[in-house]
Design a protein around this ligand. Structure first.
Ligand code: ZN
Length: 239
């Protein structure tokens, strides 16, 4: 994770200014940001909205940002709106990234769910998925997991409900803190009508005033365009 000047965690232990050598080598201005913010800028360009919370729930994790008057707030440490690393289960394991107990990402990420399903994969635990995968854990995919849920898997529906519940809590909390009345969400699990309905139900369950009307579930977009949105945003503002 880097802002182009310093690596935050994961790669280097000391600040490394990666943008400057790139600019010197390429002889063009270079801008860097994380995937969430780039995707939010792409959404701004294509939706014409300047004020919204943007939340992404897909591999590899869960991230968020928000735009106010067309500008992204990044925070003093570049960690603004890291809802994926807010604590959702104080009894959960420590997350190797944020070192907090039971952060949202460590509990409900797609990778975490797939790992749990793979570890328990058996005809007894989930006959629906076992059949779809022809008895081989190597065939497990998100598509088949969601299909097994639709085919009546009790175990997988439990996991989807848990994920929808914690995600709904995180979305409500994010809105409570930021107070912007439009929430755009993009996520692979929302391709499942079943998961989407679980999520909607938990939003209604946990917030009695109308908040679901502020939420817009977005279709999955071509993420390769996101860096282009960062370039347009960064360079047009200087014209
Ligand atoms: Zn974490």
């Amino acid at each position: 994770m880097t802002d182009g000047e310093k690596s935050i965690h994961g790669i280097w232990n000391v600040p490394v200014a990666v943008r400057k050598p790139m600019e010197e080598a390429l002889h063009i201005p270079v801008v860097m940001d994380n995937g969430i913010r780039c995707s939010a800028l792409l959404e701004q360009m294509t939706s014409d909205e300047d004020n919204f919370i943007f939340i992404k729930y897909m591999q590899p994790g869960i991230g968020a940002t928000f735009l106010k008057d067309g500008e992204i707030y990044r925070g003093e440490s570049y960690f603004s709106m890291e809802i994926g690393h807010t604590i959702i289960d104080p009894e959960g394991d420590y997350c190797p990234l944020c070192r907090r107990r039971g952060c949202l990402e460590s509990v409900i990420s797609i990778d975490r769910m797939t790992k749990e399903i793979t570890e328990q994969f058996s005809p007894e635990w989930c006959p629906e998925l076992y059949g779809l995968c022809e008895g081989s854990a190597e065939n497990i995919s998100l598509e088949l997991i969601l299909k097994a849920a639709d085919n009546g898997s009790i175990a997988i529906n439990r996991l989807l409900k848990r994920n929808a519940r914690y995600f709904a809590i995180a979305v409500i909390n994010a809105h409570t803190l930021i107070d912007i009345h439009k929430i755009m969400i993009v996520g692979t699990l929302f391709s499942s009508v079943r998961f989407s309905e679980y999520f909607k139900t938990f939003i209604y369950e946990y917030q009695l005033t109308p908040i679901y009307d502020m939420i817009q579930i977005l279709p999955l977009k071509n993420m390769e365009l996101s860096p282009a949105a960062l370039c347009v945003h960064s360079f047009l503002e200087h014209i």
